[in-house]
Design a binder for this molecule. Structure first.
Ligand code: FAD
Ligand code: UDP
Length: 371
């Protein structure tokens, strides 16, 4: 192993990989890129299941972005499949389109509606909350209590083990409300899947003589052996980096169960959410978006838990305060030791893939300034 690369990059998820690739291609810098897992891609990792079908090992990853530059950049490493991310929620034994749209409203209130009459209906259901301070208030202010109780409370309690009123408005505020029949889960300009999967796309990014990859290697193991000449980029959990000196940050994790079915299709769309039924939050039949043609199908079941690997920072008041304490330590570490903290785990922020990628790209000028 090169013990004095320009960069030591901890974590081979999107944040680490894009930093390594951009630093190599734009600045000609060498990197040692490590990950303690036995694969690249972080939580976006996809791989063949026992039956040979491509699965998303850490939950479905729907690529969606409004950023043309990110798509243009990734297109150097992958082709794309157009994707339709369609989600339904099971409530009282019936499936409803989610986000709430005109069809959801008609089915829920059992009356036909025009977009105008649906808006008037929700205007009479909505609670008058001008500046929603939490996830309960944001939903009540958009759709009112009946829909909130049907689709949001149970799901959120299961997903976070917290009541919506304990979570930032941004958590449930992510989910749209529509007065048309658009049933795509998100509104982004680009909704696509890498044609041969995320792992293949990331492999191509790492196919660069300036990047040395070391899997099954943790920061703690090699931190003393490797002395980067320019900087360290750390994309692991920030509290772990500082040996939990200020206390443990709460993380939400998931247990995934994958089941193969002998049927060609198991459910009508890629994702079904269960706000009230079962212990799992959602089932995902990823074939709907990877578009593999085969006679069997794998469905994943997601069980939220506090145990296990950190997946979700928990966006709630007191956690932000604890993170701010770590952030102050991190800023000192950047100034004194040239360690940059990047990504969902190190920035304790609920980032989608495109957000993580944008942040990695934005770090390149800061690295250049050190040369
Ligand atoms: P990660 O992908 O978490 O990668 C960090 C890597 O660092 C990991 O591989 C880890 O093993 C490694 N690491 C950590 N600490 C150390 C250490 N000390 N030593 C060595 N290695 C270390 N985004 C979307 O845009 N669309 C979606 O549909 C979507 N769905 C998601 C579903 C789930 C269940 C989850 C959890 C996330 C989802 N995301 C989605 C978000 C997406 O996963 C993240 O934006 C992205 O993975 C962040 O990349 P990252 O590199 O910052 O972190
Ligand atoms: N949510 C909900 N009901 C749903 C879907 C989402 O209450 O059927 C809430 C829940 O709190 C969830 C948040 O909205 O964590 C964001 O949903 P999203 O589907 O974006 O979650 P992710 O895919 O990031 O897990």
């Amino acid at each position: 192993m090169n013990t004095s690369p320009d960069l030591l990059i901890v974590g081979a998820g999107p944040s680490g990989i894009i930093t390594a690739e951009r630093a190599a291609s734009l600045l000609g810098l060498t990197s040692v890129l490590i990950d303690r897992r036995n694969h690249i891609g972080g939580n976006c990792y996809d791989t063949a299941f026992a039956n040979g079908q491509l699965i998303h090992r850490y939950g479905p990853h729907y690529f969606r972005t409004d950023n043309d530059a990110i798509v243009a950049y990734l297109s150097k490493f992958t082709g794309w499949l157009p994707a339709r991310y369609v989600v339904r929620a099971l409530y009282n034994n019936e499936l409803y389109p989610l986000p709430v749209n005109l069809t959801t409203l008609e089915k829920f209130y059992r009356t036909a509606h025009t977009p105008e009459s649906a808006e008037a209906l929700l205007a009479s259901e909505r609670e008058d909350i001008a500046d929603p301070r939490n996830s309960e208030e944001v939903v009540l202010s958009r759709v009112g209590r009946k829909l909130y109780e049907a689709f949001y409370v149970g799901y959120t309690l299961k997903q976070w083990n917290k009541h919506p009123r304990e979570l930032d408005a941004s958590v449930c505020g992510r989910v749209a409300v529509r007065f048309n029949r658009n049933d795509a889960y998100v509104d982004h300009k680009h909704q696509v899947m890498p044609r041969d999967g995320y792992t293949r796309m990331f492999e191509k990014m790492l196919d660069n003589k300036n990047i040395e990859l070391r899997l099954q290697t943790s920061y703690r193991e090699i931190n003393e052996a490797v002395t980067p000449r320019v900087a360290t980029i750390y994309t692991g959990p920030i509290d772990e980096y500082f040996h939990y000196r200020m206390g443990k940050l709460p993380w939400r994790s998931l247990k995934f169960e994958f089941r193969v079915s002998p049927r060609e299709w198991v459910q009508p769309c890629v994702q079904i959410n269960y706000p009230w039924d079962y212990d799992y939050t959602r089932t995902v039949e990823i074939k709907h978006v990877t578009q593999e043609k085969r006679r069997d199908s794998v469905v994943s079941f997601e069980y939220p838990t506090d145990q296990g690997e950190p997946y979700y920072p928990v966006p709630a008041g007191e956690n932000h305060r604890l993170y701010q304490n770590y952030l102050a330590l991190a800023q000192e570490e950047t100034k004194n030791k040239r360690v940059f903290f990047l990504g969902r785990l190190a920035q304790y922020t609920y980032l989608d893939m495109d957000d993580s990628m944008e942040r990695a790209m934005a770090l390149i000028p800061a690295i250049r300034n050190l040369l």
